[in-house]
Design a protein around this ligand. Structure first.
Ligand code: GUN
Length: 291
C-alpha cells in the first residue's frame, strides 16, 4: 500500500483558521492587530516567492505586514539601521530577515541585531539558548511545523528512534534539539525522542537512516533519500526545497512512497506548515508584548 500523504496544506489551513479567531478576539478587545515586518535583500527569486506567500498568509489571518525590499548591494550599516528602527516601532511584533543574505553582509551580526522579543524566526542566540534550556520563548518555524505535523496526524515521538538528516541552523539542528527535549508545561513541543542527527560526514548514511521510525530529510539534495534507506513502515518528512528544471522537488525520492507508512509531499507538505508557525510566532510575540 502506498504511503499516506501528510497534507501540510490542509493542516496549515486548520492552524491558520485557529489563528484568525485568536487575532479577531484581540482586535475586538481593542488591542493592536499583530504586525510583521519582512526584510528582503536582493533579487533571489525563491526568496521573493517565500516572502510573498508569508505576507499573503498574514493578510488572510488579520496580521498586518510590511515589506522592506533592499538592493542586493545594500550597505550593512543601512540594514542594521532599518532593523533598529523596526525594533523601536511598537506596531511591529515580529521581524523577519529572509535568508540567504548576499555574501557581503554579515548574517550573524544582522540576525543578532533583531530584538529577541520580536525574533519570530527564533534565530537570535538568546532564543536559541532559551529553546536549548527547555524554556522556549518561540519555537523555530520549520522545526515547529514538522512537530505540529506529526502531532496533528497522531504520530507520537516519545521514545521513538528519530533520524534527522541535515544540520542547518534553520532546520536540522533546532529540529533535532526539539525532538530530543523533554516535554514539559514550559516546553509542550518537546519530542522526548531518541534522536540521531546525520550530516555530510555521517558514515553509512543508509544504515543510519534505516534505523529511523521517523525519518526527516532537511539537506537540500534532490532525491537523496531513496527507498533502500527507509525502514518499512517509517514516517518520513521531506523538508527539502530544491529547484530542478524550474520544478520544486524535495530531498526524498518518489520511490520512498512504496516503503514508508506516511510521507509529507513537496510541495504541499512542511512548507505551508512553516508559514503557519510564523503566524503563530507573530501572534505570540504580540501576546507577550501587549498582553
Ligand atoms: N530562508 C529559508 N528558510 C527561512 C526561514 O524559515 N526564515 C527566514 N527568515 N529565511 C529563510
Amino acid at each position: 500500500m502506498p504511503a499516506i500523504r501528510l497534507d501540510g496544506k490542509l493542516l496549515a489551513q486548520t492552524i491558520r483558521l485557529e489563528i484568525v479567531a485568536r487575532v479577531a478576539v484581540r482586535v475586538a478587545d481593542g488591542k493592536h492587530a499583530p504586525g510583521l515586518a519582512a526584510i528582503l535583500v536582493g533579487d533571489n527569486p525563491a526568496s521573493h516567492v517565500y516572502v510573498r506567500n508569508k505576507r499573503k498568509a498574514c493578510e488572510e489571518a488579520g496580521i498586518r505586514s510590511w515589506l522592506f525590499p533592499l538592493a542586493a548591494n545594500v550597505p550593512q550599516r543601512d540594514l542594521l539601521n532599518l532593523i533598529a528602527e523596526l525594533n523601536a516601532n511598537p506596531e511591529v511584533h515580529g521581524i523577519l530577515v529572509q535568508l540567504p543574505l548576499p555574501p557581503h553582509l554579515d548574517e550573524k551580526a544582522v540576525l543578532d541585531a533583531v530584538d529577541p522579543t520580536i525574533d519570530v524566526d527564533c534565530f537570535h542566540p538568546e532564543n536559541v539558548g532559551l529553546l536549548a534550556a527547555g524554556y522556549p520563548r518561540f519555537y523555530p518555524c520549520t522545526p515547529h511545523g514538522c512537530l505540529q505535523m506529526l502531532r496533528r496526524t497522531g504520530v507520537e515521538t516519545a521514545g521513538k528512534e528519530v533520524v534527522v538528516v541535515g544540520r542547518s541552523n534553520i532546520v536540522g539542528k533546532p529540529l533535532a534539539m526539539m525532538l530530543a527535549l523533554k516535554r514539559t508545561d514550559k516546553n509542550p513541543m518537546g519530542g522526548d525522542a531518541t534522536v540521531t542527527l546525520a550530516h555530510s560526514q555521517t558514515k553509512n548514511l543508509a544504515e543510519v537512516c534505516r534505523r529511523a521510525e521517523i525519518l526527516i530529510a532537511a539537506v537540500g539534495v534532490p532525491g537523496l533519500i531513496t527507498a533502500e534507506m527507509v525502514r518499512p513502515g517509517a514516517v518520513v518528512l521531506d523538508v527539502g526545497m530544491n529547484s530542478v528544471d524550474g520544478k520544486l522537488v524535495g530531498d526524498v525520492h518518489p520511490g520512498v512512497a512504496a516503503v514508508a507508512c506516511s510521507l509529507s509531499p513537496v510541495p504541499g507538505g512542511v512548507g505551508p506548515m512553516t508559514i503557519a508557525m510564523l503566524l503563530e510566532n507573530t501572534l505570540r510575540a504580540a501576546e507577550l508584548l501587549d498582553g
